[in-house]
Design a protein around this ligand. Structure first.
Ligand SMILES: [Zn+2]
Length: 422
């Protein structure tokens, strides 16, 4: 039987927790019960999952505080810690219930759109879901409401009247990675473990979670089946203005070179490309997944180490306004993505905000061609795409031997500080 949404829908008769709504302005949709799902609607789909756990709980903070520029302000930061594997079966059962709520919201919204040409807001969905928590064994109101809110905002952002179903069957290609959101104060840290919905979860606590007050957050699964606890916390920015302004040149050969000599490499994918290719030819899917995760993790690790080191040593950070689009298209696309310039910029920006120091993107035109020592534009400097291979060059005006990227970073630093060499 297909998903029932007609007027003579048998489920319509089993009115769950609240009376039918007669007013026209209120949503006239079935309320959420477990029954409305156990009857047999088979989750449709077969396409890619609609919500990646990553996109919902990125390591980077979701909302930037507009007052960050000032000193001593409170910032929101997302901490992510791995949960021990013994909790995975429980988390999967919870995620299944979350999927039920999500799919209910999806169905309710589509029905409402068909009848009234109006979408349900997060508030409407919360009203529809009110009182449904007894129908679930594991998740509570906090999670149910958060799913409704998330659904409404995702739906709005997509511009569609229906999103993809969340699929709980792990054997399906369209399986949605597990995700269990919750509102502020629903999770707490007690006796060395995370307490949520009446259960304790042990974690590899790399942050010292006990020191933070928990806000909203989620439990999320990655493609390898590992689970993470992602929690928003408030941290106070501690302004630190010692050190020099630092310029950073972003590129492909190396992801970033800072004017104080720090470097961040960019070839994580290329380093194990041959291993991935071998695993793909052998149709060893799990290994391919693990290798991709390894690339991602090592890139992230290097970027975090680089950005933290730069921000700690700088009084201001200036980045060239390199067009990311240009670097991630055409023949350079693979190196462009491997360098992860966009995510590195994001990290630098929010770490500067936390540290209370200035972050700015400056015009990097001519930064590779001008000599950072004497400020001349000598004919010996690398020009255009043809000279991309030139790593070192000597200025014919002052005789300085330059490293191409370091020279560019020095120029960006002085451009950011306001005195561009002429
Ligand atoms: Zn020179």
């Amino acid at each position: 039987m297909a998903w029932g949404h007609s007027e003579d829908d048998p489920w319509q008769q089993r009115r769950p927790f609240r009376a039918a709504r007669q007013q026209d302005h209120e949503p006239q949709v079935r309320h959420l019960t477990r029954k409305s799902f156990s009857g047999g609607p088979v989750l449709q789909g077969g396409e890619e999952r609609n919500v990646s756990a990553d996109s919902l709980c990125p390591f980077e903070p979701r909302d930037h505080n507009p007052y960050n520029a000032h000193m001593g302000t409170i910032n929101t930061k997302t901490l992510r810690v791995r949960i021990k594997d013994k909790h995975v079966p429980l988390l999967r059962r919870m995620a299944r219930e979350v999927n039920t709520v999500w799919n209910y919201c999806n169905q309710a919204n589509r029905d409402h759109w068909r009848k009234h040409r109006r979408h349900l807001t997060g508030f409407d969905l919360n009203k529809l879901c009110t009182g449904s928590s007894p129908a679930f064994d594991l998740i509570g109101d906090s999670t149910i409401q958060e799913v409704g809110q998330h659904y409404a905002s995702k739906r709005k952002a997509s511009g569609k009247s229906k999103l993809r179903w969340r699929v709980s069957d792990r054997k399906r290609r369209s399986y949605s990675l597990g995700w269990i959101p919750f509102k502020s104060r629903a999770a707490a840290f007690k006796n060395g473990s995370v307490r949520f919905a009446g259960h304790s979860f042990r974690t590899w606590d790399s942050y010292g979670l006990g020191a933070y007050a928990f806000r909203a957050g989620c439990f999320a699964e990655d493609a390898c089946g590992n689970w993470y606890f992602c929690i928003n916390v408030h941290v106070e920015a501690k302004p630190d203005t010692k050190g020099q302004p630092v310029g950073i040149d972003m590129g492909l050969k190396e992801a970033a070179v800072a004017s104080n000599g720090l470097r961040c490499s960019s070839d994580w994918y290329r380093r194990i490309e041959h291993k991935i290719a071998t695993a793909q030819r052998a149709r060893h899917k799990e290994r391919v997944k693990r290798l991709h995760a390894k690339v991602k993790n090592s890139r992230k690790d290097a970027q975090h180490k680089f950005s933290t080191a730069v921000v700690r040593s700088a009084s201001a950070v200036y980045v060239g306004n390199v067009p990311v689009k240009l670097l991630t298209s055409g023949s350079q696309a693979k190196s462009g993505y491997d360098a992860g310039i966009h995510s590195l910029k994001t990290m630098l920006r929010y770490k500067c905000e936390y540290a209370g120091i200035d972050y700015r993107e400056v015009n990097e035109a001519f930064s590779t061609q001008v000599c950072s020592a004497c400020g001349a534009l000598p004919p010996t400097s690398p020009k255009g795409r043809a000279d991309l291979g030139v790593r070192h060059w000597r200025c014919c005006q002052c005789g300085t031997l330059h490293d191409r990227d370091l020279n560019a970073a020095l120029n960006i630093a002085s451009a950011g500080a306001g005195h561009r060499p002429q």
